[in-house]
Design a protein around this ligand. Structure first.
Ligand code: 3H9
Length: 683
């Protein structure tokens, strides 16, 4: 093998030139790789001893896309277009061999090859929309030429990869090779081409699937999809449409212009920031790479309620044996039934085979005996949110859990140190705060107590990834990161309603910002009586009054909203009257409150609280706070999270806005503003 550069090799296997790319971990198409590829392609073309060229990647994957980290730098040297021009101009057929993932620019490069083979486990996708982009290296022009317009529209707008089997059926691949024999299979495939005298087959020349396409297809597709505020999917549709109305090169130019505009958009900057923020969140500052990780194969969950059942499902889905403990048989049966029906509905929706559902459910064992948790490696407590109850559980746990077991609380607000203090092993205690519904929500707040050991934290972070969650380290503070910030928004929303805004107007401003739900709809969903006590309730808040009137949220079909049988919400005259009377009782004369005030008063205190969390060291970096809000609370991805949003509107606007509403800005905000730094970079 002869090295062209550190990531590109060119060698010969009989009469086939073999180009091998090797840039761990994901073979991103960086500048050095583009340059290597151009040189290797030229070498392969010039080699009179070869008749075809094979492009293959070493390591765990084919090219997973353009190198996103280069997007904010000035591009120098060869572009991906230069690489593709060289491939299009090749006189010998180029065979692409795919394993792992061929994503974004990776798939676009593969489509520029003349033939494509893959192993069955390979995945093929154009995930650019997740980065606020459209495919920018010919994807929108070549993909419909290979798989047709309708499937291409789906792939570029939802960003989800397809399987190799689907790729083969759709015409994106020419053949599948045995899992461990990709190279041998691809070489044989290339030799077959040579034997049959087949030359290059350029995707750009395959016009059949993009000819005579009715504009109605695009109109229908747009009408059937709601991309909320996300701009990239709509732009990607335009590019695919261009493939059906323009000659190939004009279509490429059109796509390039749109790609560039997207790349420079705030939306894409936010989504690219979030991509790297998510990966950064997994790295705990100050923890050595060789921090010991404890093996976790058996998990205990205490409490089979909504949260406990959901958490148990998460672990069972990840292949772990789970024991669920409940205090009484009826509650246990109810909890296990709920888990079973969750699996049944996954089967009905086609997300799981009946067999897989059975296997997963079979990993759960219900018990009424605490002692059955004795051999668990990790025990997660998900009982009633009350300190006395939790302390009691941990004191009991401490007596029965094996030495070395990790004891976790799923508390969403309470002091982890106080809980840990009732055990003889506070170094093995931490918070694992799952979000509801646990099997769906990606966030896991990993709460570090004062004595939690590094090894326990490193294990929890690794576990988060293994169970498909994004783990974020949070310090021990009331509400940790997410709920602490949420409280600020809820307080502001309540104050706005007291002063005259309707809860529906507040919710609308928040959903117009593109949160999936406003604070009052969210409160109805969670249940207004969560943490409410009928015995001590004296109508001191709107919530008290609603609960006292039996309006407890969605579950009672009434709360801030009225709900019909299909749980569709509508504003409630009853709630409006309760609010009007409440204001009168407080002596408040309601005033008209505009959307801007609602937005600023709900969002700016969240930014301020985030800054305080950073000042107090309760979060290691601002981007972690953004990840919490992106994955735990539905902050719209294209706005990057509250810290990124602060940067996008500027410190001036944040600080002036806070002062306008007589809220003292966190000193960190003023400090960073004075130093001309960005909040989202703070670490
Ligand atoms: C594109 O292609 C545009 C073109 O259409 C047009 C161009 C002109 N670049 O996720 P992991 C890093 S846009 C740079 O933990 P996994 C990642 O940051 C791109 N770096 O692994 C991490 O670094 P670190 C379209 C990248 O096994 C390390 O690799 N492609 C890139 O869980 C490991 O990543 C995509 O959007 C990249 N493209 O998942 C695919 N990708 O170790 C984006 C990864 O320092 N990538 N890194 O933290 C992915 O979806 C996942 O990384 C993948 C592997 C599924 C591939």
């Amino acid at each position: 093998m002869s090295a062209i550069n550190p990531v590109t090799d060119l060698s010969r296997d009989g009469d086939i030139a073999v180009i091998t790319l090797n840039a761990p971990p994901v073979n991103a198409l960086s500048q050095i790789m583009r340059e290597g590829l151009i040189e290797a392609l030229a070498g392969a073309e010039a080699d009179t001893a070869t008749k075809a060229t094979l492009l293959i990647c070493a390591g765990r994957t084919f090219i997973a896309g353009a190198d996103i980290s280069e997007f904010d730098k000035v591009q120098t040297g060869a572009s991906l277009r230069d690489v593709q021009n060289a491939m299009d101009a090749a006189k010998k057929p180029i065979v692409i061999a795919i394993h792992g993932t061929a994503l974004g620019g990776g798939l676009e490069t593969a489509m520029c090859g003349h033939y494509r083979v893959a192993v069955p486990s390979a995945k093929l996708g154009q995930p650019e929309v997740a980065l606020g982009l459209v495919p920018g290296a010919g994807g929108t022009q070549r993909l419909p030429r290979l798989i047709g317009v309708e499937k291409a529209l789906a792939m570029v707008t939802d960003g989800k990869p397809i399987s190799a089997q689907d790729g083969l059926a759709l015409g994106l691949l020419d053949a599948l090779m045995p899992e461990k024999e990709l190279k041998e299979g691809a070489l044989a495939f290339a030799r077959q081409l040579i034997a049959e005298g087949k030359g290059p087959r350029r995707t750009r020349d395959l016009n059949e699937k993009v000819t005579g396409i009715s504009p109605k297809i695009f109109a229908d597709f747009r009408a059937a999809h709601n991309f909320r505020g996300f701009e990239a999917p709509g732009e990607a549709i335009k590019c695919i449409e261009a493939a059906t109305t323009m000659a190939f090169d004009s279509g490429l130019e059109f796509e390039s212009r749109i790609f560039l505009a997207c790349k420079n958009s705030l939306q894409s900057q936010a989504q690219r920031y979030a991509f790297f923020a998510e990966r950064k969140a997994g790295k705990i500052p100050g923890l050595a790479d060789d921090t010991p990780i404890l093996p976790i194969t058996k998990v205990g969950v205490i409490g089979a309620g909504l949260m406990g059942g959901g958490i148990a499902t998460v672990f069972a889905n990840a292949g772990l044996a789970v024991t669920i403990v409940e205090a009484d048989g009826a509650a246990l049966a109810r909890g296990l039934d709920a888990v079973r029906s969750g699996y049944e509905s996954s089967v009905k929706r086609g997300r799981l085979t009946a067999d897989e559902a059975r296997i997963r459910f079979g990993r759960l064992t219900g018990t009424l005996k605490f002692e059955d948790l004795a051999d668990c490696d990790l025990i997660v407590e998900a009982v009633f949110e009350n300190m006395a109850v939790k302390k009691n559980v941990f004191a009991r746990l401490d007596k029965i859990a094996r030495s070395g077991a990790i004891l976790a609380s799923n508390t969403s607000f309470l002091d982890i140190d106080e809980i840990a203090a009732v055990t003889t092993r506070p170094d093995h205690v931490l918070g694992l705060h799952f979000f509801s519904p646990a099997p769906v929500m990606k966030l896991l707040e990993i709460v570090r107590g004062a004595k939690t050991s590094n090894s326990i934290l490193a294990t929890a972070m690794k576990l988060a990834k293994a169970i498909g969650k994004v783990g974020v380290l949070a310090g021990n503070a009331h509400g940790f990161i997410g709920n602490r910030i949420l409280m600020q928004r809820q307080d502001a929303a309540n104050a706005l309603v007291l002063e005259g805004a309707s809860p529906y107007a507040v919710d609308r401003v928040i959903t117009d910002f593109d949160f999936p739900m406003g604070p009052f709809a969210m409160a109805d969903l969670a249940g207004l009586d969560l943490g409410w006590d009928a015995a001590t309730s004296h109508g001191e808040s709107m919530r008290d009054l609603l609960c006292e009137a039996g309006r407890r949220g969605q579950k009672t079909k009434s709360g801030y909203y009225d709900y019909d049988a299909a749980r569709k919400a509508s504003p409630s005259p009853v709630t409006e009257k309760i609010i009007t009377d409440f204001r009168a009782g407080k002596g408040v004369t309601p005033r008209a409150i505009g959307e801007e005030e609602i937005r600023e008063r709900c969002l700016l205190p969240m930014i301020n609280e985030g800054a305080k969390i950073l000042e107090e060291g309760k979060s290691s970096r601002a981007s972690d706070i953004d990840i919490v809000w992106l994955y735990g609370y539905g902050w719209p991805a294209y706005r990057g999270g509250p810290m990124f949003y602060a940067d996008s509107i500027g410190f001036g606007a944040v600080i002036a806005g806070l002062k306008k509403y007589t809220i003292a800005p966190a000193p960190l905000l003023e400090k960073l503003a004075a130093a001309n730094k960005r909040l989202s970079d703070f670490a």
